[in-house]
Design a protein around this ligand. Structure first.
Ligand SMILES: CCCCC/C=C/C(=O)SCCNC(=O)CCNC(=O)[C@H](O)C(C)(C)COP(=O)(O)OP(=O)(O)OC[C@H]1O[C@@H](n2cnc3c(N)ncnc32)[C@H](O)[C@@H]1OP(=O)(O)O
Length: 257
């Protein structure tokens, strides 16, 4: 890999965008390498949580604008599909994902963070969808994911003005889950990831499926999926382990079966 660093820490996998001199701008190569890293950890049964972050002063400043000059409309469609495909893949991973936003998360960079389950940001981070200033609009899923997350009015404000927002404002509108000083960002993110890694992976996967599919469905369908998934939990060893551990006043050891 040229532009992505990966590292494993027990049950945690880190995927680090590593093109700091270009603020981790997402070009075709970087998108392919993130895709490969995601596939690698998706298949790795030891990995329970994936953390995405960037090296240097940015999480990612978005799609690589220099590539836009040579794109025909058909190329642009292919590029948007490729980037969006990656975001869809990340969103639909059965394992929990966290975006550790260390600095700028703009355009496609914010869209990458939006495709993760949770977002922890440094106080210093700046977020936004500035595509409107380039005469385009978000094309890696942001129009849909941001709107579902913060509501139509706030999402339109962010996309129509292109203004950058602070991590604290992002937290207030529910766009990020937690804001911490940059100096403790890694530790706080790791602690959150370790907490998730202790839960049952099979139940987390079921929960994700019900929440994601339910979010796209009328409430009655979502509620029905919830009941079906909930009863499926009763076929797992992890449910037996969780209930037994409570009754025996000990910590559960979930194995993912
Ligand atoms: C068809 C597919 C649809 C895709 C949907 C997504 C679209 C997008 O994401 S469009 C891009 C949206 N992002 C932006 O508009 C942000 C662009 N960057 C900036 O505004 C600034 O770089 C900054 C405010 C984030 C930081 O400013 P500053 O601290 O002054 O740093 P520099 O501008 O000097 O940046 C350093 C270096 O990085 C290059 N760079 C930054 N962002 C991008 C980018 N998105 N694409 C390509 N290159 C980028 C910048 O040009 C500098 O390079 P050098 O000049 O060679 O040093």
């Amino acid at each position: 890999m040229q532009f992505v660093l990966t590292k494993k820490e027990g049950n945690l996998a880190w995927i680090i965008l590593n093109k700091a001199e270009k603020l981790n701008a997402l070009d075709s190569k970087l998108i392919e390498e993130i895709w490969e890293s995601v596939e690698q950890y998706e298949e790795d049964s030891e990995t329970r949580v994936l953390i995405f972050t960037g090296s240097g002063k940015a999480f990612s400043a978005g799609a690589d604008i220099t590539e836009f000059t040579k794109l025909s409309p058909i190329d642009a469609w292919k590029f948007a599909k490729k980037g969006r495909g990656l975001m869809d893949k990340i969103e639909n991973l059965s394992k929990p994902t966290i975006a550790m936003i260390n600095g700028y998360a703009l355009g496609g960079g914010l869209e990458l963070a939006l495709s993760c389950d949770l977002r922890v940001a440094a106080i210093e981070a700046q977020l936004g969808l500035p595509e409107i200033n380039l005469g385009i609009y978000p094309g890696f899923g942001g129009t849909q994911r941001l709107t579902r997350l913060v509501g139509k009015s706030k999402a339109l404000e962010i996309m129509m003005t292109g203004d950058r927002i602070t991590a604290s404002d992002a937290e207030k509108m529910g766009l990020v889950n937690k804001v911490v000083p940059l100096s403790s960002l890694e530790e706080e993110t790791r602690n959150l990831a370790l907490k998730l890694a202790e839960k049952s992976p099979v139940i987390l996967a079921l929960l994700k499926e019900v929440v994601l599919r339910g979010n796209d469905s009328p409430i009655l369908s979502g509620l029905s999926m919830e009941s079906l998934g909930w009863s499926t939990a009763f076929s797992t060893q992890d449910k037996n382990e969780g209930v037994s551990a409570f009754l025996q006043k000990r910590k559960p050891q979930f194995k993912g079966s």
